[in-house]
Design a protein around this ligand. Structure first.
Ligand SMILES: *C/C=C(C)/C=C/C=C(C)/C=C/C1=C(C)CCCC1(C)C
Length: 262
């Protein structure tokens, strides 16, 4: 009896011991989120939406035909990685009132290439796609993000960084409209994939356009630094909500409609 009780106490302590470093890491500050902190609340709400989306995408892999499972898994990974970064970013913001640039870019550096992989995967689900398509999308992504980071971190001027980053983005847009990826889609994909591909392209053009707008508010308009930081983070948060969750839902819809056919 006593030994059993001791054992359960010991295991409870072990679990606490395992969890406490996680808790300590997850809170860089001890302040609580204030209800009137618009930016902090937006970090919170989007964290939860990302967690829910992750559960949804992973569960729905059960429902679609095998060749679509990878796409849905990747969507879930994107929202999972982002949710984790959002917990940290919220803490940084609440504790310091500063823009969590490093966490933001680590997140983008992982999730944006994964989103590019999605383009490749949904085309590969229906036809053979040359590896060159994948690498060109990757190069455009890296140029866009590395330049953006150097600008936001103050390593190079905010204007040159903006221009180089915009060039990377335009290169991606060119590839998915006029390059090989666009041609393959037009030539061989079934209607559901074609419409998903068109919607995803729309997201890369219109959804992603929200990010440079955030950058303009944050760095190029020269307003009060506190206001600029607030505008930057609210706009980026809204953009992530749209581009990570909506992007995944589009893939989910294509996957379900293609799978239900058979
Ligand atoms: C999930 C995160 C996504 C889809 C992030 C996308 C980020 C961009 C499209 C960022 C683009 C930028 C420019 C085109 C110019 C200014 C600097 C950036 C990095 C904000």
């Amino acid at each position: 009896m006593i030994s059993k009780c001791l054992f359960s106490k010991a295991s409870a302590l072990a679990v606490l011991g395992l969890l406490s470093p996680v808790g300590a890491m997850a809170s860089t500050g001890s302040q609580n989120l204030r209800g009137d902190d618009l930016v902090g609340v937006s970090f919170w709400v989007i964290s939860m939406a990302l967690v829910a989306a992750t559960a949804f995408f992973f569960l729905e892999t059960q429902r679609v035909s095998p060749k679509w499972k990878t796409s849905l898994t990747v969507s879930g990974l994107v929202t999972l990685v982002a949710a984790t970064h959002y917990f940290y970013m919220r803490d940084v913001w609440v504790a310091t009132g500063e823009t969590p640039t490093v966490f933001r870019y680590i997140d983008w550096l992982i999730t944006v290439p994964l989103l590019m992989v999605e383009f490749f995967l949904i085309l590969s689900a229906v036809t053979k796609v040359p590896a060159g398509v994948f690498w060109r999308l990757m190069v455009g992504t890296l140029v866009m993000l590395v330049a953006g980071y150097l600008g936001e971190a103050g390593k190079v001027g905010v204007w040159p960084a903006f221009i180089v980053s915009m060039a990377g983005w335009l290169y991606i847009i060119n590839e998915i409209y006029r390059g090989e990826a666009g041609k393959i889609n037009a030539a061989s994909a079934p209607p559901a994939v074609q419409s998903a591909f068109r919607l995803m392209r729309g997201i890369v053009v219109f959804g992603w356009a929200v990010y440079p707008i955030g950058y303009v508010f944050g760095y190029l308009l020269g307003g009060d630094p506190k206001d600029s930081a607030m505008a930057l983070n609210v706009v980026y948060n809204f953009a992530d909500f749209l581009n990570k969750i909506a992007f995944g839902v589009i893939i989910w819809a294509a996957a379900v409609s293609e799978s239900d056919k058979r």
